[in-house]
Design a protein around this ligand. Sequence first.
Ligand code: ADP
Ligand code: MG
Length: 262
Amino acid sequence: MLEARDITVNYGTRLAVSGVSLKLEPHRVIAIIGPNGAGKSTVLRALNGGLNPSSGEILLDGQPLVSYSRRAIAKRIAVVAQEGDLRFPVTVFEFVLGGRYAWASTAGWGWETPRDVEIAREVVGETQLEDLSGRLMNELSGGERQRAVLARALATEAGVLLLDEPTANLDLAHQATILALVRKRCDARGTSALVVTHDINLAAEFSNHVVLMKDGKGVAFGKPDEVLTPDLLREVFAVTVLVDAHPVSGVPRITPVHEALR
Ligand code: ADP
Ligand code: MG
């Protein structure tokens, strides 16, 4: 379990996040929603140990995150970064298999065990990357590469997934399949996931809880139907929205009302 307690994060003198608390519990998907520059990616970087909070603390399984080695963190937390624009000339399969590296007992060539290869194969299947598995990462479209990055994160079998706009470049079908995979992983294995997304409707569909962020602060936290309300969305995004129930799933459905077009 990963928990941020009242964290404040600065870049030099710029305050990016202040007083944010959240708890990633097993089987739970939390979505972070908020405007550009709200501090969403900064929260993720801090939760992964990539940035140290200037106050507050981050606990991983009850111990301060700073007490873990990089490798120990890599076994427990998998990250799909927003700027994960990986253009290495390795095949998709090699790249996904690389997600197993934190578990290797030997360094260098031939570190992978048959079990590592099996896990990588399973994940390539789950993410529907079979047809691309022999292709080079630097010769894929943005959306294809993004699916490979998610597959690598799943291959780690980490208990915590931190995903920064994982569906940003994906077509309609793959947006839903990626989040369905994250949902399934959390349901089946007790994984916890934190997903930054601009797709409020996907968040309503796939998350247990939503954090609304604005200007570095957590404005609201709760179940999608508690947080995705016209009042809170106006406060955070300065837009008017209609909220009704999705005709199939019944979760909140958010429709922006663009005054300028009326
Ligand atoms: P979001 O992911 O919500 O769009 P970020 O967490 O990336 O927002 O950024 C939060 C704030 O921190 C913004 O004001 C941004 O300009 C600033 N910021 C982000 N990264 C850096 C950086 N490397 N150096 C300085 N300021 C940064
Ligand atoms: Mg961001």
